[in-house]
Design a protein. Structure first.
Length: 369
């Protein structure tokens, strides 16, 4: 009992704040179902690493188990890359292959990344930190983790929290941003969908060709794109169904557990409770909003030269938050016109955003490493 009281008395105010933050993350994961697979282990980890003399992190000459996992899985980029295999196995690129022009929206919706990098540099962050913060806007948690682990490992905790939080808040954040730059008439634009089959050969060749092109155009993106497309090839080749299912389920689940718990090792009071943490979360929101707005504005520019107009909301689906963003766009379209069905185009743009975000991450690594 005396030892328990002594332990409680040694907890600092900063550690109490971090324990409260950990509890909030657990609450959001369980009660609100905001990315529970990541926020629950991260929240518990944040609580445990902020207990006095926690054995989970390095104390003196004794290396903590979370630091061992961090060095083995995060510093080496192993965990996020393995996660990309599972993500690739989950994605059906069929809708994108039916509408290949939607790739443009996957590129345009990365505008917020580069906009935020410039703002963050002007506010005092160095270029590596600013680049890592900007990637939050892609709404792609694994890419954010991968880039931050290479460019700004000290910011990994707040960047991860921001990236995954905004991914789960897509239905709340995107509608106001889209309405800000569109009119009711634009949101009511109908798009006629022409179903077209995609051959198995095309689906097999697509991940191979994308990997080769990405490797030639942006070599630094090849780990991200290559692992993503490897997972997709497992899905589409038709002879590795068991491996595809394992990648989608067991591999993703195991890596997500390890990723969330391990990242918590960076969430100690000394490193997390700083003004820059709030700035990172704020800049992440700016990047996310500007990505959505950038996609919409790009679509509106295209419409100036097109006879058959595109619903500008489709541009906002070019972020990586799949399939949440596509669902939001369809819900907004239905709210304006109950007969307006744009889901297939929104999904195509959303899938393109998966590719766009990893290529953008690779380009950033190529520029700033």
């Amino acid at each position: 009992m005396e030892q328990l009281i002594q332990g409680i008395m040694t907890i600092t105010p900063g550690q109490l704040v971090m324990i409260a933050i950990g509890a909030v993350l657990i609450f959001l994961g369980i009660a609100k179902e905001y990315e529970p697979a990541l926020l629950v282990p991260m929240g518990l980890g944040a609580i445990l690493v902020n207990l006095p003399l926690s054995g989970l992190i390095t104390q003196g000459d004794t290396e903590g188990v979370l630091d061992v996992l961090f060095n083995a899985g995060i510093k080496t980029e192993l965990f996020p890359l393995l996660l990309f295999i599972g993500i690739g196995a989950m994605i059906d690129f069929g809708p994108l292959l039916q509408n290949p022009s939607m790739l443009l929206f996957g590129a345009a919706a990365q505008f917020g990344i580069f906009f935020t990098i410039a703002i963050a540099v002007l506010c005092g962050f160095d270029i590596h930190q600013a680049a890592s913060i900007g990637v939050i806007g892609a709404a792609d948690g694994p890419t954010s983790v991968f880039v931050a682990s290479k460019l700004a490992p000290s910011l990994l905790g707040p960047i991860t929290v921001a990236a995954y939080s905004y991914m789960s808040l897509v239905p709340i954040i995107q509608p106001p941003a889209i309405k800000l730059v569109t009119t009711k008439k634009e949101r009511q634009i109908r798009m006629h969908y022409k179903a077209a089959g995609v051959s198995r050969t095309t689906k097999i060749l697509f991940p191979i060709i994308i990997s080769i092109v990405a490797g030639l155009v942006a070599p630094a993106s090849l780990p991200l794109v290559g692992f993503l497309m490897f997972g997709n090839l497992l899905r589409e080749c038709g002879v590795t169904e068991r491996l595809s299912q394992s990648a989608q389920n067991e591999l993703v689940n195991l890596i997500t557990i390890l990723l969330g718990f391990t990242i918590a090792s960076t969430m100690t009071a000394d490193s997390f409770l700083k003004v820059r943490t709030l700035m990172i979360i704020g800049f992440g929101l700016v990047a996310f909003v500007m990505d959505s707005i950038g996609g919409v504005l790009f679509c509106k520019v295209l419409n100036l030269f097109r006879k058959e107009k595109i619903n500008p909301m489709i541009g906002a689906a070019g972020i990586s938050a799949f399939p949440m963003s596509a669902r939001v766009i369809q819900k907004m379209a239905t709210a304006e016109d109950p007969q307006n069905f744009v889901l297939n185009y929104a999904i195509s743009a959303n899938v393109a955003g998966q590719i766009g975000s990893v290529v953008a991450g690779g380009l950033i690594l190529g520029f700033f490493m």
